[in-house]
Design a protein around this ligand. Structure first.
Ligand code: ADP
Ligand code: MG
Length: 333
């Protein structure tokens, strides 16, 4: 079973940033409003993700680390409309199989926190306010072949930061902080409070502010707002003006129902909207948020859930293309 877990881990955890993505997914699923990461050596020596979410009762800590144990969906039917980031119940087990993991958690109403050491299985009371801290130490220590593929600490750190950036750009209601070797590397404060819940306009404003915080004021100033609804597909966000294009495709963010995805249909649709205004290898910048009926998109295509499959990809392609076309053609203030 250890071996099976390690093989599965290969699909889920490629490098520290993949663990970061999964742990932040979990914190968001737990309803965290503040997520703090502490990293050592680009995440290879330590990834600690701390949240103020719902926590895990001491009686369920063991279960959380078991393979295919998820508290998030109860049936295959629910898989069709999954609203949480996680649902496969693989991540913690996979990461634990290639690291030294400890989970410290305290749900509201539980008298004390409990710490579970994944390796020894030891469970003991510990100190913590409400929420969860997952500590991942010495990633790939038992799989040296994989460890060899890791790049420099600086590169691994950059990937970790990028993983958090992807989350942060979709969740202006959550605060994020990243520490590396005791230094604060990034900090993004929440700009959308519970009081504004349900206010679409306020959400949009908060998203814009988060975008400026994360990608820089320039990103927002050199882009135009995107908004289009077509059939059951809604596309919002910001599309960079042609002048903001870059030599690398490193500022292209696409979300489907709040989940960061890398998808050929979306990328192609965006690309074709810029066809006439961008030349050579210039890469557009954009942050696009696609909302659609969850039944019309399959997120369970790959263990990392970064790929999706649309039931009607033409519909999505046209919506995205037209959304950007319209945005770029609109007269600018
Ligand atoms: P999944 O997210 O697909 O359910 P994971 O392996 O990522 O699977 O997590 C297993 C379970 O552990 C989750 O279903 C959840 O119940 C619990 N869990 C993990 N991380 C947290 C967290 N930060 N806060 C609360 N519960 C968590
Ligand atoms: Mg998960």
């Amino acid at each position: 079973d250890e071996l099976i877990s390690q093989i599965a881990a290969g699909e889920v955890v490629e490098r520290p940033a993949s663990a970061v993505r999964e742990l932040v997914d979990n914190a968001l699923d737990a309803g965290a409003t503040q997520i703090t990461l502490r990293l050592l050596a680009g995440g290879v020596r330590l990834i600690a993700v701390e949240d103020d979410g719902a926590g895990i009762p001491d009686s369920e800590l063991h279960l959380a680390l078991r393979r295919h144990a998820t508290s998030k969906i109860a049936s295959l039917h629910e898989l069709e409309s999954v609203a949480t980031m996680g649902f496969r119940g693989e991540a913690l087990a996979a990461i634990a199989s290639v690291s030294e993991m400890a989970v410290l958690s305290r749900p509201p109403g539980q008298a004390s926190a409990f710490l579970l050491d994944a390796r020894s299985g030891e469970l003991r009371p510990a100190a913590r306010s409400q929420g969860t801290t997952v500590e991942v130490k010495e990633l790939f220590f038992s799989t040296p072949a994989r460890r060899k593929f890791l790049k420099s600490d600086a590169t691994e750190l950059a990937h970790c930061v990028q993983a958090v950036r992807r989350h942060a750009l979709a969740r202006p209601d959550v605060g994020f902080a990243i520490w590396h070797e005791g230094q604060l590397v990034e900090q993004w404060r929440p700009t959308f409070g519970p009081a504004a819940a349900g206010d679409a306009e306020a959400w949009r404003t908060a998203l814009g502010r988060r975008l400026a915080d994360v990608l820089g004021e320039d990103f927002l100033q050199q882009s135009v707002p995107v908004h289009l609804r077509r059939g059951s597909v809604e596309v919002t966000g910001w599309a960079g003006l042609p002048d903001a294009a870059r030599s690398r495709a490193d500022q292209q963010y696409c979300y489907v129902n709040g989940r960061f995805v890398r998808d050929k249909v979306l990328a192609h649709a965006a690309r074709s909207a810029y066809e006439d205004v961008l030349h050579g290898n210039r890469q557009p910048v954009y942050a696009l948020y696609v909302r659609m009926d969850p039944q019309r998109v399959d997120v369970n295509v790959h263990p990392t859930k970064i790929e999706v499959r649309f039931r009607d990809s033409r519909e999505v392609h046209q919506a995205v293309r037209h959304a950007i076309d319209n945005a770029l053609a609109a007269p600018r203030a």
